[in-house]
Design a protein around this ligand. Structure first.
Ligand code: ADP
Ligand code: ADP
Ligand code: MG
Length: 763
């Protein structure tokens, strides 16, 4: 042991890394190692390798001096890179670049001016309007920024230009490194049919099918018949699940084909398709591969991404559960063969479809970029794949050989999307009024792209963030995942968080019975009837609403809600009714809470929900922050985080804003809409005053607004006049169709009970 150490130290001492070695020998603390390394680095180009060493010393206590020597021989990484992407992946790349002392340049579109990736980067440049075709896909603009800022390399992330060979080529021509494979590998793998030909030649099994040039209907149909139905029709240039149709019989073939071709033309500007055997119970198993420019290619184990909606992944794990050591080894070997066949360098993913009925697997496609789900591989190997990408792009050899790739425990990634699982997982967009991520630890990681205050834009992928967890076993990791999801809060857009929770608690998922049809198979369990909000939840929301109003009134700012929903009885007891509506299977449901105010922060409360009353006595509230309320009764204590948000106006009372309350209680999120209590709405609708075409004031009041003019036609229910009396607004509405024949009041005027306001004649 002693000898190699001495050699290594002498070697290091000849470099400017002397400080590292000395500190290491002297048994200095990890912090000192990093500190001195930074201080003693002789030149900017040296900083990076020194820092890398210091980091490896600091984080890996088992790191030997041998690996230090190897590190010292590494070529320096870039000083500055440009990240041609946005959202979580741009933030992810910036994080590693920062750790390595590499400067970062962000680019952004019109709507991303204040985006998180812009804030995190050292420099940021505007590249165009929101649509990606005018910004994140503008190669010329991005190249210009790279040249102008002196970025030596471009990291494309995933999506956008990541698999664009033309972009890789263009950068190359300008002496800028594309952090990805050579353009030729992108071209070969970009076509699902060409890639299959290459794979077959390299001895990699492919799904039986037709991927020829002849695209005539007769040929495609006869090939489909030969393969045997069901078949899957796929766009040759496809990606992201687009341009794909399952076809069950000859009778459906024409329709499936034309719709696949239409979508392919629209999405990829190329209508060519291939036809392959549709595997009925498949799993999606993919292998992470890495190649360097010295001819080394290794695999970093596999991931299972079977659970998908709309052919798109939402939860991924590594390693793939239930694979024999033999299958795992074969998968790895075939993936490496696939990568070698196209001279692959950098990070890539070879996707296989694994037939659970036969145990056979087939090559599906290769993604020539860093994958969305790469963090699960990082969790089980302890490696930083972005660091590897940067290192390989700088011309270094792979840091590990195949036999030394670690595999520890199990990891999951849950993609947090702005989407509505109950509406066919359609994307949602809007402001992130509030986000709170679970505490990050050694086993919980959150790759965020957006924070509170950001907007999820309609122009881009609605991925908000990724939650990644690690455990010793699959079940441990799943427990971590559920616990973390319970603490994940997002208000403002609909998300799939609750869906992911149900999914990760589903017995079949826990037992690893994963397959691509999982969501459809268990749709009932996963998207069953919505449970109504619990009385405790309604109670907390009502008390929160009251407490906010109360503060408002104290400030002297009376809101219409206060006067409309509160009633004072005899002595000093104020009674306040807070009502909520929530979406339910058959439309909306109404729930109400009556609060009797006994003293400052003490209440008796009755919750009426679906006709059932629950009473809570001597309830005390503590407001713990702008969004947190704690409620205690003699026997219970609850806590909720509540985000109120005003949206639009109440259609009944035009001046009253509608408020949504996003309530996070016991790991579940519920959106309540505050509505007027029924007794208030019946009064507010005020239509009783309309007698035989003439509108009279039902009480002494002030005219807030006159909504009609003489000669105007009115329809049933149309607002005619708005009155205010005792701080309560009332809308007078037309009870029958008619035409306004006279208006005898005006805005701001005081009117007495029974006074005629507007006369309506027959049409
Ligand atoms: P992964 O295999 O990493 O899950 P996908 O193939 O689902 O990735 O796509 C990753 C990202 O790239 C997604 O954000 C998707 O919207 C985008 N994407 C994939 N293919 C295309 C394409 N052909 N055109 C535009 N965006 C794409
Ligand atoms: P994309 O480029 O759009 O990601 P893929 O070829 O990778 O397209 O397929 C996407 C998903 O479609 C796979 O993850 C798998 O769930 C399903 N799939 C693909 N090929 C088949 C097949 N032959 N049989 C059944 N399902 C398939
Ligand atoms: Mg795919």
């Amino acid at each position: 042991m002693f000898k190699p150490r001495r050699t290594a130290i002498r070697f290091l001492a000849s470099q400017s890394e002397r400080a590292v070695a000395t500190a290491r020998l002297g048994g200095a603390s990890k912090t000192t190692v990093i500190g001195s390394a930074l201080i003693h680095a002789a030149s900017p180009t040296k900083t990076v390798p020194v820092l890398r060493q210091a980091r490896s010393l600091a984080t890996a206590s088992t790191s030997t001096l041998d690996s230090l020597v190897q590190d010292a021989q590494q070529l320096p990484l870039f000083d500055k890179i440009l990240i041609a992407n946005r959202g979580e992946i741009a933030c992810r790349v910036i994080r590693t670049a920062k750790q390595l002392g590499i400067k970062t340049v962000a680019v952004y579109s019109e709507v991303d001016r204040n985006a998180l990736h812009v804030q995190l980067a050292d420099e940021a440049f505007y590249i165009g309007p929101a649509p990606s075709s005018e910004s994140y896909l503008r190669m010329d603009r991005i190249l210009e920024v790279a040249l102008q800022t002196g970025a030596q390399a471009v990291h494309p992330g995933y999506g956008f230009l990541s698999e664009n060979a033309g972009f890789a080529q263009k950068l190359f021509e300008h002496g800028i490194v594309f952090i990805g494979p050579p353009a030729s590998a992108i071209v070969s793998m970009g076509s699902k049919s060409e890639s299959k030909d290459i794979m077959i030649a390299a001895g990699v099994p492919c799904v039986p099918g037709y991927h020829g040039q002849d695209q005539s209907f007769d040929v495609l149909l006869s090939e489909a018949k030969q393969i045997g139905f069901p078949v899957l029709i796929k766009a040759v240039m496809g990606g992201g699940g687009k341009g794909m149709r399952i076809c069950f019989s000859e009778a459906d073939f024409l329709e499936s084909l034309t719709s696949a071709q239409r979508e392919a033309q629209k999405s990829f500007g190329d209508s060519r398709v291939l036809v392959e055997k549709y595997i009925v119970r498949p799993r999606h198993v993919e292998v992470q591969v890495f190649g360097d420019t010295h001819g080394n290619v290794i695999s970093l184990w596999e991931r299972d991404c079977s659970v998908q909606r709309r052919h798109q992944k939402i939860i991924e794990e590594a390693p793939a559960p239930g694979l024999s050591a033999e299958v795992r080894a074969q998968l790895g070997a075939k993936a490496v063969a696939a990568a070698r066949a196209v001279g692959y360098t950098g990070a890539g993913t070879v996707e296989f479809i694994y037939d659970t009925d036969t145990g056979l697997f087939y090559f599906m496609e290769m993604n020539t970029r860093l994958q969305v789900e790469h963090p699960v591989t990082e969790m089980i190997t302890g490696l930083d794949l972005v660091e590897w990408q940067l290192s390989v792009a700088a011309g270094n050899t792979l840091p590990l050989d195949q036999s030394s790739v670690p595999l520890h425990g199990h990891a999951f990634e849950a993609r947090i999307y702005a989407e509505n699982p109950r509406n066919n997982f359609l994307p949602d967009a809007g402001p992130l009024l509030h986000t709170r991520v679970p505490p990050v630890s050694r086993s919980v990681r959150v790759d965020e792209g957006f924070k509170t205050g950001s907007r999820i834009e309609v122009y881009y992928d609605p991925l908000i963030s990724k939650l990644i967890v690690h455990g010793r076993t699959r079940k441990d990791a799943l427990r971590q995942l559920r616990a973390a999801l319970d603490q994940y809060q997002v208000a403002g857009v609909t998300t799939n968080i609750d869906f992911l929770k149900t999914l990760s608690a589903h017995p079949a998922f826990i037992e690893a019975e994963v397959e691509t049809g999982f969501i459809d198979k268990y749709r009932e369990d996963l998207l069953g009837p919505m449970s109504p909000p619990s009385p405790e939840l309604l109670l907390q929301a009502a008390l929160f609403s009251y407490s906010r109003e109360f503060r408002h009134t104290e400030n002297g700012k009376q809101s219409p809600w206060t006067s409309l929903t509160g009633r004072r009885f005899g002595g000093d007891v104020l009674e306040k009714t807070v009502s909520f509506s929530v979406p339910s299977e058959g439309g909306t449901e109404r729930h109400s809470v009556v609060l009797s105010v006994l003293g400052p922060n003490i209440f008796n409360c009755t919750v009426t929900s679906n006709g059932e009353k629950t009473t809570f006595e001597q309830v005390r509230t503590t407001i713990r922050g702008p969004h947190d309320i704690e409620v205690t009764t003699a026997s219970d204590k609850w806590h909720s985080t509540i985000i109120p948000h005003s949206v639009g106006q109440d259609p009944l009372i035009s001046t009253l804003p509608i408020r949504h309350f996003y309530v996070f209680h016991r790991g579940k999120s519920t959106t309540l809409t505050e509505v007027l209590p029924e007794w208030a709405t019946s009064r507010a609708s005020g239509t009783s005053a309309v007698i035989s075409g003439n509108l009279r004031a039902p009480m002494p009041s002030v005219i807030v607004d006159v909504r009609v003019k003489v000669g105007e036609k009115v329809t049933v229910g149309q607002a005619i006049v708005i009155l205010e009396s005792m701080k309560t607004e009332t809308i007078l509405r037309a009870q029958k169709e008619g035409v306004v024949t006279s208006v005898s009041c005006k805005k701001g005027e005081m009117v007495s009970e029974g006074q005629q306001l507007v006369e309506l004649g027959d049409l």
